[in-house]
Write a protein that binds this ligand. Structure first.
Ligand SMILES: Nc1ncnc2c1ncn2[C@@H]1O[C@H](COP(=O)(O)OP(=O)(O)OP(=O)(O)O)[C@@H](O)[C@H]1O
Ligand SMILES: [Mg+2]
Length: 384
């Protein structure tokens, strides 16, 4: 065994390179009996399989019969092969193994290099894309089906009934508005995602932005008899940000707070400075809190913290982690929304390298906190 190893990779530059590769690589050869053996496994392979690889039967590392069969066949035929498989552990992982015969000039046993590629992330992304498409289509289909249904009714049964006609046209207008909002939100989300890796460069005075948003929701708050109290701390530094996107963040949080606060209730929006991440994360109430997005933590980084507190029904703990998922709505709550608001909030805050937490308990209202890093004032002005 060691002979072959020395002849092939051990102690050579090739082996040093193999050791550095982030993906598992095995050198497999025909065994003394029938079962193929592992002659060598690089560091990544040792980390994945956690067994003594050298000299071990291939079946000790790759336990799936179909994987073993494919590799044994490739070894026997000295032909390339490829096989996908799944490992079950605390976290299941998806792999693709590529087997390539090593030319041994007809001397000694057949050898194969087996490279493993971890396709878990790619699978997850693919799955998310498919789920997203299914959800988006479903959300569009519901109002569309209702529109089509009413068109049919107006053509037939309600043709000569002016009262029913008015009522149905009203519902149809609502459904059309809902579809338009959904499409707007989807477009908005995809635009945010497209430039999520580009940090924003504008300067935003959040106290003013909050005031603008709360002025804009006045008609809604008047209609619902909910009051908005805005309490900005004096002297809060402007943040580096994209104003339009931060307006979207505040608007979504305030909209939710107003939507869920009962008549006569109050929504409070506060803005304060926090000297550190810990201070920014500090709970604003005694409720149960959860981080929906953690910021890049920088030593000595100061933050501006925006909190929106409502007197609504609160949110049960099991729902908290999923709130910012697209289309996620708490069951039994008829919000009438599309479930994209908090997803938009999360992506915008992520682009700003900020954080997002929610504190809520059933029957106790909710507080959503956004913290955004303050641009260092002592840094020289950017030259670009
Ligand atoms: N302040 C709140 N109080 C109680 N539940 C809330 C609150 N904010 C959000 N939620 C819950 O989280 C879900 C997701 O909120 P999100 O803002 O993403 O969607 P939405 O308000 O339903 O729709 P959209 O914002 O797209 O109109 C809501 O459907 C609701 O169940
Ligand atoms: Mg919302």
């Amino acid at each position: 065994m060691t002979d072959i190893l020395e002849k092939s990779v051990a102690g050579t530059a090739a082996q040093r390179i193999l050791e550095l590769l982030p993906e598992p690589v095995l050198l497999v050869q025909g065994g003394e009996g029938d079962a193929p053996e592992i002659a060598y496994g690089n560091r990544a392979a040792r980390e994945v399989f956690r067994i003594e690889l050298e000299g071990a039967p291939l079946g000790a590392a790759l336990r799936r019969p179909e994987v073993l069969e494919t590799i044994e066949a490739a070894l026997e035929m000295a032909a390339p092969a490829e096989v996908a498989f799944e490992t079950i552990g605390v976290q299941p992982r998806f792999w693709r193994a590529f087997a390539r015969p090593l030319d041994t000039d007809g001397e000694g046993p057949n050898q194969l290099v087996v490279m493993l590629r971890d396709e878990t992330d790619a699978r997850r992304t693919e799955r998310m894309r498919a789920d997203f498409l299914a959800n988006a289509s479903h959300e569009l289909r519901t109002p569309l089906a209702s529109l089509a249904g009413f068109v049919e009714t107006l053509r037939t049964h309600a043709k000569d009934d002016p009262e029913a006609r008015d009522k149905f046209l009203g519902i149809m207008a609502q459904q059309a508005t809902r579809m338009a909002r959904l499409v707007d939100d989807l477009l908005s989300l995809s635009r945010i995602e497209l430039n999520e890796h580009i940090p924003p460069s504008g300067k935003v005075e959040l106290a003013r932005t909050i005031q603008d948003v709360s002025d804009a929701v006045k008609p809604l708050t008047a209609e619902r008899d909910v009051s908005i109290v805005v309490r900005p701390q004096a002297g809060v530094t402007p943040v580096t940000g994209d104003r339009d996107q931060l307006v979207q963040v505040i608007q979504n949080l305030v909209d939710n707070a107003v939507k869920y606060t009962p008549r006569g209730g109050k929504v409070t929006v506060t803005l304060e400075s926090a000297a550190s991440l810990d201070a920014a994360r500090a709970a604003s109430r005694t409720g149960v809190g959860l981080s929906l997005l953690s910021p890049d933590s920088g030593e000595g980084q100061a933050y501006v913290v925006l909190r929106v507190t409502d007197e609504g029904p609160g949110i049960a703990r099991q729902h908290l982690p999923r709130l910012s998922e697209r289309f996620y709505r708490v069951e039994g709550q008829r919000s009438g929304g599309t479930g994209l608001g908090l997803a938009i909030v999360k992506h915008v805050v992520n682009r700003h390298r900020g954080g997002l937490t929610v504190e809520s308990q059933e029957g106790e209202g909710s507080t959503f906190s956004v913290y955004l890093p303050v641009a260092p004032t002592s840094a020289p002005a950017a030259t670009s």
